[in-house]
Design a protein around this ligand. Structure first.
Ligand code: SAM
Length: 250
C-alpha cells in the first residue's frame, strides 16, 4: 500500500487516510491551538464558520465549543472519523470532498484554512479556484483566513532534502523530499522506524509565496485586510517564516 502511494497515486485523501491514526499524537505539542481558536472566534462573530481541511477537528471542535456553528470539508474519511469520535464531533457538519470546490450550501462570516492545508491543492489552478469559491461563500462582511508557511528554498540542496524530524526512545521519524522548483511542488515522505516496524506517510504540496496568494485573492474579488506572522498577531516582515493572512471582500 505504502509503495503504491509513493509511486504516484496521490490524491486529495491520501495524506489524511495514511496519517489519521497518528495525526493527533504527532501534533499534540506542535500547536498553540487555543490562541488560534481565540483569533478565529473574534473574526467569526456570530458565525457560521467553515473550515477547509477540517481533519480531526483540532481547531473546529474548540471553536464550536465557544458556541459558533462550524462546518468543515475534508477529503479523508479516516480523518473525519477521528473528529466524530471526539466530544461534540457528531454535531459538526462535514462534507466529504475536495475543498477546492467549496461545495457547501450557505454563506459564512468566516472561512479558514490553517496549518499550510491550502498547499494541499497541488496546482495553481486549484488554488485560484479555491479562492474564487471561498469568495462566493462569504457574507458581505465575511473574511477568509489562511495560515501558511513562507516558502524557504534553502531547505533543499540539489532539489532534495533529508532530515531527522523527530527522535523518540523507540521511534525515529525521517523526512525525505523532492523539490520541483518550476511547479512549486514538494513530494515528501515521513518515514517512521520503530518497534512497530516501518511506516510511510506521503505528503505532497504546492507552495505559494504570500504575494501569489494576494493575487489569487484579488482575482477572486478579495483583498488583504491584515497579515501577521502568527496567531498572537506578531508583525509580519521579511524574517517571518509563517503568515496568518486575513482577506475580506474588495
Ligand atoms: C495538515 S491536515 C490539517 C487538519 C486540521 N485543519 C488541523 O489543523 O489540524 C490537512 C487536512 O486537509 C485534508 N485535505 C488535504 N487536501 C485536501 C483536499 N484537496 N480536499 C479536502 N481535504 C483535503 C486532509 O485530509 C487533512 O485532514
Amino acid at each position: 500500500m505504502a509503495d503504491r502511494l509513493v509511486m504516484g497515486s496521490y490524491g486529495p485523501a491520501t495524506y489524511g487516510d495514511s496519517i489519521a491514526d497518528v495525526y493527533d499524537d504527532w501534533h499534540e505539542h506542535v500547536f498553540d491551538t487555543p490562541t488560534t481558536v481565540d483569533f478565529l472566534a473574534e473574526l467569526a462573530g456570530a458565525g457560521p464558520a467553515l473550515e477547509l481541511g477540517i481533519g480531526t477537528g483540532r481547531v473546529a471542535l474548540p471553536l464550536a465549543h465557544k458556541g459558533i456553528e462550524v462546518q468543515g470539508i475534508d477529503a479523508s474519511v479516516a480523518m473525519v472519523q477521528k473528529l466524530r469520535a471526539k466530544p461534540g464531533g457528531e454535531d459538526v457538519g462535514v462534507t466529504i470532498g475536495d475543498f477546492a470546490a467549496v461545495d457547501v450550501e450557505g454563506t459564512f462570516s468566516l472561512v479558514f484554512v490553517v496549518f499550510n492545508t491550502l498547499f494541499g491543492l497541488l496546482t495553481q489552478r486549484d488554488q485560484v479556484a479555491c479562492f474564487a469559491n471561498v469568495s462566493g461563500r462569504l457574507t458581505s462582511d465575511g473574511v477568509f483566513v489562511c495560515e501558511c508557511f513562507v516558502p524557504d528554498l534553502a531547505r533543499f540542496e540539489g532539489h532534495q532534502r533529508i532530515a531527522v524530524e523527530r527522535v523518540e526512545v523507540d521511534e525515529v521519524v525521517l523526512e525525505t523530499s523532492r523539490h520541483d522548483l518550476v511547479n512549486q511542488r514538494v513530494r515528501s515522505t515521513h518515514t517512521a522506524v520503530g518497534r512497530a516496524g516501518t511506516r510511510i506517510y506521503p505528503v505532497e504540496i504546492r507552495y505559494a509565496w504570500p504575494s501569489e496568494l494576494d493575487l489569487m485573492a484579488e482575482l477572486a474579488g478579495l483583498r488583504l485586510r491584515s497579515r501577521f506572522s502568527g496567531w498572537n498577531r506578531e508583525p509580519f516582515n521579511s524574517a517571518s517564516t509563517n503568515h496568518v493572512s486575513v482577506y475580506e471582500k474588495a
